[in-house]
Each structure stands twice: as structure tokens, then as C-alpha cells.
Design a binder for this molecule. Structure first.
Ligand SMILES: Nc1nc2c(c(=O)[nH]1)N[C@H]1C(S)=C(S)[C@@H](COP(=O)(O)OP(=O)(O)OC[C@H]3O[C@@H](n4cnc5c(=O)[nH]c(N)nc54)[C@H](O)[C@@H]3O)O[C@H]1N2
Ligand SMILES: Nc1nc2c(c(=O)[nH]1)N[C@H]1C(S)=C(S)[C@@H](COP(=O)(O)OP(=O)(O)OC[C@H]3O[C@@H](n4cnc5c(=O)[nH]c(N)nc54)[C@H](O)[C@@H]3O)O[C@H]1N2
Ligand code: SF4
Ligand SMILES: [Mo]
Length: 733
């Protein structure tokens, strides 16, 4: 019997039917669902292969005296971790133990990890890879709209609009099945794509189906200020909406006055006539001028910047001026990335947050959550450092001495990777929970093999804020354990207060209680209720006095009011400065980074799937024919991309799909082709988001460049091959 579940990878959470095979693996088929419409991308179709990766971790590994990772029993591995955590805590204080989580963890795990950090470890030092992903969009939406739900409307609503403006999102490669929801908009000629590359998504505008705007990398904020300038100058503002539903427009009006299109053209390289055309198209699609509706959506291309929060703020300001948010058929949204990128940012993995999207600095929130956890509110630590600050502090005087990693492959995915590897190596204790020997796991002192995706029960909150059941379809290898079990074991060894459930349904019930009354309220939900609702339910979904009147969930938020103190959305004035890593004679070319269809993130999972690895076997760099000519490179040559921090060597793909002043490098690989050896770890002052997308580089043939060093996790490691673990003691392995 197939089990109804959802894809292990991105936030679209395509619906799957997973059937176990007699050999211990599984087959995966598409299943009808509103967002994926039965479809999947190549990663989804091949996702079962990760379950039986040849080097799947099936036993705990502990680094021995010779420096090799060798097998250990669960009892020994957990005793070792607990003993060392206790000692470090005694010597250096609770904050010396740091935790790094992931947006791929289920809601149950994300919640329990936040609780484990605050209650069992008592540390404030916790953050997660969502800082690299959703933090700018979240910070801007919270500030301007009072709430951060990536898409505050169902994805299927897009089909009814005249225009969709996609800012720095390559949906056609990062969520291919979602492109079906743009079909009607394209038929109306209304797809507007802003990307410095001719991405797969930009080509969807070809043939009169829309407009591709190709700015200089890192100048989107100027483009948005220019668009709002045109809207104001040409009298296209929805004045009734601005008066009824917003505040602060006057200041924004003044701020955009100096961003006339010809000035934007100078800064961003976008023709003034094109800016006017885009602004007019958006306005004509807006309801107040009789249009069917317009959407403005942001992706990582504009968010992963040192002015990411400001850029999203400008996108929201533009949407507010046109009267889009909180109207059926129009709106602003951020396209959330990781499988549980939405739920993973609601329940306490963030450094300043408690479950239900509550602030850890809010006395009432601390009181409520502490009661659910059975601990005194004053025992909860305060806010900690954001991800990049946390990573930079590792092993420094006064910084954390230990790090626990759950669901992130930092060595490949964190910015300025050489610095990160350096910091990881300086730790007294690195513990990594993973399903495969990722580059980060290979650096660890202790590696704990965990269950994944189709091997466990749980819930995921998709990019629309829709809570879905992830179900167990196959038995995990006998040596692996769920992270819920690992935390309960460690909590008991650390003599922690509180209860540590291991059944995901029980953990969900506790999460629901902890979230009650918060912005992301799940208190009306349970695994049982979600099992009865095959398409899931949207939050907020609060508990009601009687089950007969269950709350139906909230597909569209903001329809009546914005959850700000005044009930109005806030215009916030911002200004453009540009990326922090500026071009110079040593680094005259823009590097932009991003994704390809076949690989997921650090590639830890997809590089292990034969079909995907064959389709995209190695790192490559896209460069324009003019730049290729200048450095004497042809297709397939090895090219060195060098920044002020490091370099990557990758195969040249010569294409006029990038600007002559820009190269593109995907970040899915480690070793000599690691994009993050090159990227900048400058961060956004509001969100802490690193400037992944744009930095300054020198580009030349590898044979003529100075030698560099590769980023990888090797530390003289021997990883035992997978297989059945030896019998353990007391049922523990
Ligand atoms: N295939 C695949 N799909 C994925 C993932 C994956 O790793 N692989 N990851 C998932 C996750 S976690 C995320 S966050 C999403 C990300 O989804 P997207 O945001 O769609 O993905 P990216 O490729 O990171 O960036 C999108 C585009 O930004 C452009 N860009 C770069 N610099 C700039 C700039 O300065 N301005 C503008 N306007 N655009 C710029 C790039 O050229 C790229 O085409 O994808 C999800 N889906
Ligand atoms: N240059 C550049 N760098 C980027 C980006 C970019 O656009 N450009 N994008 C950034 C973004 S948006 C993101 S989201 C990050 C993502 O980058 P990472 O945080 O590295 O994310 P993944 O590669 O998904 O790593 C997840 C790890 O968890 C493991 N895993 C899977 N399931 C489980 C589980 O249930 N429990 C545990 N413990 N482990 C599990 C996987 O095997 C894998 O090793 O990369 C960021 N880095
Ligand atoms: S689009 Fe995302 S959720 Fe859908 S199959 Fe591909 S990776 Fe999985
Ligand atoms: Mo992401």
C-alpha cells in the first residue's frame, strides 16, 4: 500500500505516494495536490534513492585517538556527548554550547530542538540555516505587515492575476511544478522577471509572455525605488487603500522622489522606458485601476544581500502603494525555500524566538511557554547571536566551545567557507546528526545517524503556511535513531527539567499548546486532525471550545486587518547603497550564486542520487562570450573565480545568458569548486542574512591563476561502509 506523504526537499512540498520495495527501498509516485497537481521535479521523482544511499550512516561514529571516525554504540556515543557537554558547561558556562538547526527538520523536531537548547542545555546560542534563507523576507514582513507567512495566500491564487512580478526567483528550476500556476498570467503577457541572468524563469517571458528585467547584480533596491517613483509620479497609487489600510506613506513618497527612472538606469543598468513599462503594467493589473490582480514575489536573488531586508521592504512598499496586500487575488509574498522553511522558522530554532512565532524577549511569551515546558520563566535564556555571528564566534575566546548541528551542511553552504571550516576545527566538540556523511559530518568528533523523511512521522508547513502530514512509509535502517529520541536521551543524561516525548504526535500536541495565542497558532491542530484533512490546513488555526466548531484554518491572512498595533500596514522608507563587496581592479567582475534544478542545497543528498549526479556531475561557472574571449577561455576550460576571501575552480559554460560583467556559480559542491569559498560573509544589519548572492571576483583561466586551497571536510577520516550494526546493549545502539 502506498503511503501518502510529501517530498523531502523544497517548500513546494509536492505530494507523493511512497511504496516500500521488497529490497528495503521505496518507489515514489506523484499524487494529486493543489500546488503540485500530481507533478514533481526530477529531484522528487528520484528522492527514494537517498533512503538507501550506499554510504548511508547507520551507526554512531566517534573520533578515536588516531583521529579517525570509528563506530561506537549509541550508549557510548551519547554518554560521551553528555559528559563533554556537562564539562564544557561547567567550565565555560551554558552559552558555550551552541546549536545549529535546519529548515528541513519537521515542525516536531524544530520545536523540540529549540526547547532542548533553552531547557536542557540552557543556552541562548542557537540559530539555524533559515538565517541564510528566509531571514530578510521574514524581518521585512514582520516590520511592514506585522506577520511573516511566506505566501499569505494560496499559491493557486496566482492564476487569477493579470501580472506576477518575480524578483530574484528562478521558480522554473527551484520549484518546477509551480510554473503551472503562472500559465494564465503568461497567456495575459503578465509575467515580469527581475534577474541579472537569463534564467530558466526569465525565458518564460519570451514571445511576448512578459518582460525580463536584467539589472546589475545587487541593484534591485534601486529598481524598486524607481518603480515606486513612477507609480507616484504618474498618479497610479491606490489612494483609498493607502488612506484606509496603511501608515507612513508620506515619508516613503519623499524617499522615492529622487529615484527617477533615468537615475535608476545609471545605477542598475535597466532602461528607463522599461522601468516605466513595468510600473504601468503592475498598476494596470491592480484592482483599483480595474485589473484582475497583481502579485509581487521575492526570492533569494534579492533577499540574500546586505540590503536584503531593505529590498523586501521596498517590494512591500510598492505592493502597498498599489493596494495589493490583504486583497483576494493580489498580494505580496516571499517564496519560502526549504521543505519546512516556514514551520522551521516559527517554533523556536531562531535565536530570538519561542514557539508560535513568539519573541523570547517578551515577558508574556516567556511566561506562557515556560508553563508549557514546566520550568520557571526566569530559567529561559534571552536572545542569542544570529547564524553568521554564531559561526564566527566558535572557538574564539569567550565564544562557544561545542556545536551541535541538526540538518545543515555548513562546510558547503555557509558564506566564506574557509573561515567557517577554521572555526569548526577550533571547537572542543562538534556533534553532527545527519543521514549521510556530509562534509560537515566528516569534520565532527561525534556523528549520530538519524531517521529521515519517509522513515518517520511528522508535519511540515509548506511555502503557503499550509501544515501537512509527513508520514512514515518505510522502516529505517536498524541502527539509526530519531532526533526526538536522541534529545530525550541527552536530556535525561543532563538531568534536565521538563518532559521529552519521543512520539511525534505527542510532541506536536505540546507544540500546539506552546503556540496557542502566538502569531503562528497551531493549537487547533493535531496529527489526527491533519490525517483527516488530506490537503492540510493553513495557520493560524487556533483551538475552539468544541471540536464540532473546529477552526477552518486561514488560507488568506490580512483580509480584514494587519496584525500590527494599529491594524494598518506600515510603509517603511529605505535607501539603496549596493553590495558591501565592491568591484575593484583586483576583483572587477560580479559573482552571483544560486541553484540548478538537479541539486538540492549543499548537495549532501542529491549528489548521492546517481541520476542527478549524472545530469549535473560537477561545478560549473557561466560566463559571457565577451568575458570568455577576454580571458581566453572556451567552453569546458577550467576557470578560477577568485575573491578577497578564496577561490573556486569550475568548468566554463560560455553563454550569453549572463551579463558580460557577471559570472554565475551554483553552490551545490564542496572541494575546489565550492562557491562559498568565494562568497562574502557581510550581513544585513536587520536580518543577519549573509550577502550570498553578490560579491566581487577576478575571473581567469585556472592555469594562469595563483593556486588556492579547496574547502572540504577531510580530516584524515575513515568512514565505515553501511550495513547492519552489531547488536547493542539494552536495546541501545
Ligand atoms: N533545484 C533546487 N531547488 C530548490 C533548492 C535547491 O537547492 N535546488 N533550494 C530550495 C531553497 S532552500 C530555496 S531558498 C529556494 C531558492 O529559490 P530561488 O530564490 O529561486 O533560487 P536561487 O537560484 O538561489 O536564486 C534565484 C535567482 O536569483 C538570481 N540572482 C542572483 N543575484 C541577483 C540579484 O542581485 N538580483 C536579482 N534580481 N536576482 C539575482 C539568480 O540568477 C537566480 O536565478 O529554492 C528551493 N528549491
Ligand atoms: N553561495 C550560496 N550559498 C547558499 C545559498 C545560495 O543561494 N548561495 N543559499 C542558502 C540557503 S537559502 C540555504 S536554505 C542553505 C542550505 O544549506 P544547508 O543548511 O547546508 O542545507 P542542506 O544541504 O539541505 O543540508 C541539510 C543536511 O541535513 C541532512 N538531513 C536531511 N534530513 C535530516 C534530518 O531529518 N535530520 C538531520 N539532522 N539531518 C538531516 C542532509 O543530509 C544534509 O546534510 O544554503 C545557503 N547557502
Ligand atoms: S519541486 Fe520541490 S517539492 Fe516538488 S518534487 Fe521538486 S524538490 Fe520536491
Ligand atoms: Mo533556502
Amino acid at each position: 500500500m502506498p503511503t501518502a506523504t510529501h517530498c523531502p526537499y523544497c517548500a513546494l512540498q509536492c505530494a507523493q505516494a511512497v511504496t516500500p520495495t521488497p529490497a528495503g527501498g521505496a518507489t515514489v509516485a506523484g499524487r494529486d495536490f493543489p500546488t503540485s497537481r500530481g507533478g514533481m521535479c526530477q529531484k522528487g521523482w528520484t528522492s527514494a534513492a537517498v533512503l538507501s544511499a550506499p554510504d548511508r550512516l547507520v551507526r554512531p561514529l566517534v573520533r578515536d585517538a588516531a583521529g579517525d571516525l570509528t563506530e561506537a554504540s549509541w550508549r557510548d556515543a551519547l554518554d560521551l556527548v553528555a559528559d563533554r557537554l556537562r564539562a564544557l558547561r561547567r567550565e565555560h558556562g551554558a552559552d558555550a554550547v551552541a546549536v545549529f538547526g535546519g529548515g528541513g527538520l519537521t515542525n516536531e523536531k524544530a520545536y523540540q530542538l529549540g526547547k532542548f537548547a533553552r531547557v536542557a542545555l540552557g543556552t541562548r546560542t542557537i540559530d539555524y540555516n533559515g538565517r541564510f534563507c528566509m531571514s530578510s523576507a521574514a524581518a521585512a514582513a514582520n516590520r511592514s505587515l506585522g506577520l511573516d507567512r511566506g505566501l499569505p495566500f494560496p499559491l493557486t491564487d496566482l492564476g487569477g492575476a493579470d501580472t506576477v512580478l518575480l524578483l530574484g526567483s528562478n521558480l522554473a528550476e527551484t520549484m518546477p511544478p509551480a510554473v503551472t500556476h503562472l500559465a494564465e498570467v503568461r497567456e495575459r503577457g503578465g509575467l515580469l522577471v527581475v534577474d541579472p541572468r537569463v534564467s530558466a524563469t526569465a525565458t518564460l517571458t519570451d514571445g511576448g509572455l512578459g518582460i525580463h528585467v536584467q539589472p546589475v547584480p545587487g541593484t534591485d533596491l534601486a529598481v524598486l525605488l524607481g518603480l515606486l517613483h513612477v507609480v507616484v509620479a504618474e498618479g497610479l497609487v491606490d489612494t483609498a487603500y493607502v488612506a484606509d489600510r496603511t501608515e507612513g506613506f508620506g515619508e516613503v513618497c519623499r524617499a522615492v522622489a529622487s529615484w527617477w527612472p533615468e537615475r535608476v538606469e545609471q545605477v542598475a543598468g535597466v532602461p528607463a522606458y522599461q522601468l516605466r513599462e513595468v510600473a504601468r503594467r503592475l498598476a494596470a493589473a491592480s484592482p483599483h485601476l480595474g485589473g484582475r490582480g497583481a502579485y509581487i514575489l521575492t526570492g533569494r536573488g534579492v533577499e540574500q544581500s546586505s540590503q536584503g531586508t531593505a529590498t523586501v521592504t521596498a517590494a512591500i512598499d510598492l505592493a502597498l502603494a498599489l493596494g495589493l496586500p490583504g486583497r483576494v487575488g493580489s498580494g505580496y509574498g516571499a517564496v519560502t525555500g526549504q521543505g519546512n522553511g516556514q514551520g522551521g522558522r516559527e517554533h523556536g530554532q531562531k535565536c530570538d524566538q519561542l514557539p508560535g512565532y513568539r519573541s523570547i524577549s517578551d515577558p508574556a511569551a516567556r511566561e506562557h511557554v515556560a508553563r508549557v515546558w514546566g520550568v520557571p520563566p526566569e530559567s529561559l535564556p534571552g536572545p542569542g547571536p544570529t547564524a553568521v555571528e554564531l559561526l564566527h564566534a566558535l572557538g574564539t575566546p569567550g565564544g562557544p566551545r561545542a556545536l551541535l548541528v541538526h540538518g545543515s551542511n555548513l562546510v558547503v553552504s555557509a558564506p566564506n567557507a574557509h573561515r567557517v571550516v577554521d572555526r569548526l576545527r577550533s571547537l572542543d566538540l562538534l556533534v553532527v546528526c545527519d543521514v549521510v556523511p556530509s562534509e560537515t559530518a566528516l569534520l565532527a568528533d561525534v556523528v549520530l545517524p538519524v531517521t529521515q523523511w519517509a522513515e518517520e512521522e511528522g508535519t511540515i508547513t509548506s511555502l503557503e503556511g499550509r501544515i501537512l502530514r509527513r508520514r512514515k512509509a518505510i522502516e529505517p535502517p536498524s541502527g539509526v535513531r530519531s532526533e526526538l529520541w536522541i534529545w530525550s536521551q541527552l536530556a535525561s543524561r543532563l538531568h534536565s527539567a521538563g518532559t521529552w516525548d519521543v512520539d511525534p504526535a505527542d510532541v506536536f500536541d505540546e507544540l500546539a499548546r506552546a503556540s496557542a495565542g502566538g502569531a503562528a497558532d497551531y493549537s487547533g491542530l493535531s496529527h489526527a486532525r491533519l490525517d483527516a484533512e488530506l490537503d492540510g490546513l493553513y495557520w493560524p488555526c487556533p483551538a475552539t471550545p468544541t471540536a464540532a466548531l473546529d477552526h477552518p484554518g486561514t488560507p488568506r491572512v490580512f483580509l480584514d486587518r494587519f496584525p500590527t498595533p494599529s491594524g494598518r500596514a506600515r510603509f517603511v522608507a529605505v535607501d539603496h547603497h549596493g553590495p558591501q563587496d565592491v568591484l575593484g581592479p583586483d576583483a572587477p567582475v560580479h559573482l552571483v550564486t544560486g541553484r540548478v534544478l538537479q541539486h538540492y542545497q549543499s548537495g549532501a543528498q542529491t549528489r548521492r542520487v546517481a541520476e542527478l549526479a549524472t545530469a549535473q556531475p560537477s561545478p560549473f561557472v557561466e560566463l559571457h562570450p565577451l568575458l570568455a574571449l577576454r580571458i581566453g577561455a572556451v567552453d569546458g576550460d577550467l576557470v578560477a573565480v577568485t575573491s578577497r576571501r578564496g577561490r573556486a575552480v569550475a568548468r566554463a559554460v560560455v553563454t550569453d545568458g549572463v551579463r558580460p560583467d557577471t559570472v554565475f556559480l551554483p553552490f551545490h559542491w564542496s572541494g575546489p569548486g565550492s562557491a562559498n569559498a568565494v562568497t562574502s560573509d557581510a550581513t544585513d544589519p536587520v536580518s543577519g542574512m549573509p550577502e550570498f548572492k553578490v560579491c566581487a571576483v577576478d575571473v581567469r583561466l585556472a592555469s594562469t591563476a595563483a593556486p588556492g586551497s579547496a574547502v572540504d571536510g577531510s580530516r584524515g577520516v575513515t568512514v565505515p561502509a553501511g550495513g547492519s550494526p552489531p547488536p547493542g546493549e539494552d536495546g541501545m545502539r
